[in-house]
Ligand binder design. Structure first.
Ligand SMILES: C[S@@+](CC[C@H](N)C(=O)[O-])C[C@H]1O[C@@H](n2cnc3c(N)ncnc32)[C@H](O)[C@@H]1O
Length: 320
């Protein structure tokens, strides 16, 4: 049999319903809504839609573009982790939010095994959670909000008073979460607070549950310091001071900025006039930091960023 004809026949082996449901799962990573399913089935049946056009419409939908951005970020991060490479000098397209930088940065530094605490998982992007679940670590999620995720231990709790014993966690991950602690979290179905000072308490609490040698991977938005109500925006100096106030040490730190060409590392970041949402859909800049507790070196200082970036980045392959 001619290979093209065989493949063409294969494309019609499955009934329309299975084809549509599978395409939704592959492209949008979710089942179709009943209405969308019935509409597609009716059009496929009456000949006003072909399978090729259906796939084209699905893959060019804005929702698919977001899945692709996140999938690219996850693929980059997990592959680097498998090679033992800590990603730096990342680039990502304009028009995207900070997750496209935070996710690969964090995943490439994810421990190879052990107990990992994801703080603020309840509103995390599904592809990021899937990556963590596929990574082989023992995953524990903590959030004041609830979300049903199989395959991880879920704790409903406050990061400022963790329901965990001392020294029980190998690594903690906070992806765009620390800035929301003590803020107005009504957007997440939680209470409105106005206690940004409690972020230091959260970091001290995380240091308590870390095993010796364990680390925190923290990403936070950068910009002109100020209380935004639902989160706190700060510059490099402000965040680094906060880490120091909780007795944490900067092991590695990198700032990223969103410019006309997209996301790029910003070893020298000027926060003046940089606001949230000014340059894209969310943060205009982001700080990615690895912190450790209890080590008497590299105490977080306001100039910690450039020092650690200069020292750390020498062996990295991603430098332009
Ligand atoms: C912006 S979302 C986090 C985004 C998510 N980590 C990601 O990867 O996209 C902020 C999260 O912090 C959680 N949160 C806010 N204050 C908290 C607290 N004190 N303790 C635990 N979780 C908190 C909220 O419920 C929400 O899920």
């Amino acid at each position: 049999m001619d290979s093209l004809v065989r493949a063409g026949l294969g494309a019609y082996e499955t009934p329309d319903r299975d084809f549509v449901e599978q395409a939704f799962r592959d492209v949008l990573r979710r089942p179709p809504e009943d209405e969308a399913l019935e509409r597609a089935l009716a059009k496929l049946a009456n000949g006003t839609l072909s399978r090729a056009t259906f796939l084209h419409e699905l893959t060019t939908a804005p929702e698919a573009a977001r899945i692709r951005e996140l999938d690219d970020a996850v693929a980059l991060g997990l592959a680097a982790r498998a090679r033992g490479e800590r990603l730096a000098w990342l680039r990502a397209p304009a028009g995207t939010d900070e997750r496209v930088v935070e996710i690969p940065w964090v995943l490439s530094r994810l421990v190879s095994a052990g107990r990992v605490l994801e703080v603020g998982y309840a509103f995390a992007e599904a592809p990021y959670l899937v990556a963590l679940l596929r990574s082989g670590v023992e995953l524990v999620g903590v959030d004041l909000a609830e979300r049903d995720v199989e395959g991880m231990e879920r704790l409903v709790g406050d990061v400022r008073a963790l329901p965990l014993p001392d020294r029980s966690i190998d690594q903690a991950l906070l992806v765009s979460t620390l800035e929301h602690v003590g803020a107005d979290n009504t957007g997440y179905g939680l209470a409105a607070e106005s206690d940004p000072a409690s972020r230091a308490g959260a970091l001290r609490e995380l240091a308590r549950v870390l095993r010796p040698g364990g680390t925190l991977l923290v990403t936070v938005p950068l910009g002109e310091p100020g209380d935004q109500g639902w989160f706190r925006l700060d510059d490099v100096r402000g965040w680094t001071r906060l880490f120091a106030s909780a007795g944490l040490f900067v092991e590695e730190q990198e700032a990223y900025e969103l410019g006309a060409e997209g996301w790029a590392a910003a070893p020298v970041f000027h926060a003046d006039g940089v606001g949230y949402g000014d340059r894209g859909p969310a943060a205009s800049a982001v700080l990615c930091t690895e912190l450790s507790a209890g080590r008497l070196r590299r105490l977080a200082t306001p100039d910690g960023l450039s020092r650690t970036v200069r020292r750390r980045l020498r062996p990295f392959r991603h430098r332009p």
